[in-house]
Design a protein around this ligand. Sequence first.
Ligand code: NDP
Length: 281
Amino acid sequence: MTAKPQRTARLPDGTEVPVLGQGTWHMGERGSDRRAEADALRLGLDLGMTLIDTAEMYADGGAEEVVRDAVAGRREEAFIVSKVYPQNASRARMARSCDASLRRMGVETIDLYLLHWRGGVPLAETVEAFGRLVEAGKIRRWGVSNLDLDDLEELGAALPDCATDQVLYNLEARGPEYDLLPFCRDHGMPVMAYSPVGQGGRLLRNAALRDVAARHGTGPAAIALAFTLRQEGIIAIPKAAASDHVRQNAAARDIVLTEEDLRALDAAFPPPRRKQALAML
Ligand code: NDP
């Protein structure tokens, strides 16, 4: 199967990555589901969703093992993002965490390694530890997750090297539109939208969203994804273990929302009118 050329986002170092990737939270939790989960990720790869997001946290490393099965024999196609726990994001501990992630995924390098959220380790120390892993060739670049504007500003001179901020962003969580998305856009840093379909919950039952979906002959998740992807510099990483979900998500890239659609979505999910603290799951 040949994947169509996809819209991409440009990382600060010039690397282009697809704007639609795949998440893996809750994969690897049950041994009996692992094969189907890896198959779903491989179907996503076939469909051009080649950015795969995982973390040492997910299923205690089990999700990284699912990623190993998914990319076996096709490592070069995938752009792998993993995340280090805040308590491991130190000079003393990060290398060990990274080695364990590499081993579980059966790869020699992680394309993008993120600080999962901010903990007690000073950001400057985490950045230094990331730098050592880049020099050692164990990661290609680094970024952050769940960092609000003030934390990003604290990165200071290191900010231009930060490849992304992965944050909660979907129709129900539009706070980042007020300040975080414009800030990142101004700094040439794509934002990675996590839980873009609201974890498959209440969001997908919303009547206005379902109306828009019906107009486009698709499901609500595809419209939720098209909504996050309507702007430049956003990468969405829906997690889907069901193959029909994977296919529907892939099709979201071709949806162009009309003014009427956007008005209906704004009415149901009003955009922020003032600063909101960054929400996180
Ligand atoms: P998502 O918004 O991606 O929702 C996933 C859920 O939605 C699953 O139950 C999935 O079902 C369902 N779903 C997916 N596609 C469809 C569809 N087309 N129609 C109906 N239902 C659908 O939530 P996540 O929280 O998983 O976020 C995505 C990824 O972001 C995570 O997997 C993880 O990689 C990352 N993340 C990062 C965080 C961080 O702190 N940095 C926090 C949270 C997430 P099924 O699996 O059965 O197909």
